[in-house]
Design a protein around this ligand. Structure first.
Ligand code: BJW
Ligand code: ZN
Length: 247
C-alpha cells in the first residue's frame, strides 16, 4: 500500500511529462548496503579522501589505493540493485528516461536502465595510466597489489578522483538532458561535489520541474520545487505506483 502523499503539482507534472532525468548519488545505493561518502557511516569518516581519492595518492601508494578499490569492488559484486534502482527502470515504460549518476557502482545498468551517464566513472572499469589500454569488467585477484599493464604502466580504476576532469561526453549529455527534461529527480545526493552538483541547478535555472528525494535536507534542498523526505527505496516505488495507475 502506498503511503506517500504525492502533491497535486507533481501528479499533474507526472501526467504531462515525457522526459524525466534521475540524477542520483550514493544514497540511492545505501539500501543495497553500499556506504555513502558523507554523514553517519560515510566512507570519508573512516578514510581520508586526500589519502585515497586523488591521483597523487595513487602514485605515492598504488598498492594501498588499488586494494581499497578491490575491497569496495567486492562489496559492489556481492550486492544487488534495490527497489529504487528497479523503480527507475520501470519508468522507462512510461517516459524517456535519462539516468545521470555520480555513483561508480554500476547498479543502474545492472538494474536494466538503458541510458545511464556516469559522471564519476565506474568501479568495474580500469585503464593503464601510460598507454590507456582498457581493462573493463576484468576481475583482478585481491591481495596482489596494484597490477601492471603489458606496457609496464600502472592500471588504475576508471574513477574520477578529486581534481580530475569529468568524462566530457557524459557531462555534456547530462547537461543536455537536464536542460530538456520535463522533470528532474535528484535522489540520495548531498549535492556538494562539483561540477556534478551543477546538473540539478541547471535544470532549475532552465525552469524544469525539480524534485529532491533524500532522507535529510541538503545544501541544495532550497533550489527544488518539491522535497520528499524519506528513503529512495520507498518513495520511488510509490511514485511509480501512481504513474502505473494514472498515466
Ligand atoms: C539517502 C538514503 C536513502 C542516504 N534514500 N537518500 C574546494 C576545494 C577543493 C576542491 C574543490 C573545491 N571546490 C570545488 C572543488 C572541486 C571538487 C569538489 O567539488 N570538491 C568539493 C567536495 C568541495 N571537485 C572535483 O575535484 C571534480 N573535478 C573537477 O572539479 O575538475 C575540474 C578541475 C580539474 C583540475 C584541477 C581543478 C579542477 C571531481 C570530483 C570527483 C568526485 N569523486 C568522488 C569520489 C570518487 C572516488 C571513489 O568513489 O572512491 O565521487 S567524491 C564522492 O562524492 C563520490 C561521489 O560521487 C560524490 C558525491 O557524493 P554523493 O553521491 O552526494 O554522496 P554523499 O555521501 O555526499 O551523500 C549521500 C546522500 O544520500 C546524503 O544526502 C544522505 O542524506 C542521502 N541518503 N541514504 C535517500 N536510503
Ligand atoms: Zn599500458
Amino acid at each position: 500500500m502506498s503511503e506517500l502523499k504525492i502533491s497535486n503539482r507533481l501528479s499533474e507534472k507526472l501526467l504531462e511529462a515525457r522526459r524525466i532525468v534521475f540524477f542520483t548519488g550514493a544514497g540511492i545505493s545505501a539500501e543495497s548496503g553500499i556506504a555513502t561518502f558523507r554523514g553517519d557511516g560515510g566512507i570519508w569518516n573512516k578514510f581520508k579522501p586526500e589519502e585515497l581519492a586523488n591521483f597523487s595518492a595513487f602514485m605515492k601508494n598504488p598498492d594501498l589505493v588499488w586494494e581499497w578499490y578491490q575491497y569496495r569492488r567486492q562489496i559492489v559484486y556481492d550486492t544487488q540493485p534495490n527497489a529504487a534502482h528497479y523503480a527507475i527502470t520501470e519508468f522507462e515504460k512510461f517516459y524517456t528516461v535519462t539516468v545521470v549518476t555520480q555513483n561508480v557502482d554500476n547498479l543502474h545498468t545492472r538494474a536494466g536502465n538503458t541510458t545511464v551517464h556516469e559522471l564519476h566513472g565506474n568501479i568495474e572499469k580500469n585503464y593503464c595510466i601510460s598507454c590507456k589500454k582498457r581493462f573493463d569488467y576484468q576481475q583482478f585477484e585481491s591481495g596482489g597489489g596494484s597490477p601492471k599493464c603489458t606496457c609496464g604502466g600502472l592500471i588504475r580504476p576508471d574513477i574520477v578522483w578529486f581534481g580530475e576532469y569529468l568524462p566530457q561526453e557524459a557531462f555534456t549529455a547530462a547537461e543536455e538532458a537536464a536542460k530538456n527534461c520535463d522533470i528532474l529527480f535528484s535522489i540520495g545526493t548531498s549535492g556538494v561535489v562539483y561540477p556534478a552538483a551543477g546538473i540539478p541547478m541547471l535544470a532549475h535555472r532552465m525552469k524544469r520541474y525539480t524534485v529532491e528525494i533524500n532522507v535529510n535536507s541538503t545544501e541544495m534542498s532550497y533550489i527544488f520545487d518539491e522535497n520528499y523526505t524519506g528513503k529512495a527505496g520507498q518513495i520511488l516505488p510509490d511514485i511509480l505506483e501512481f504513474v502505473k495507475k494514472n498515466k
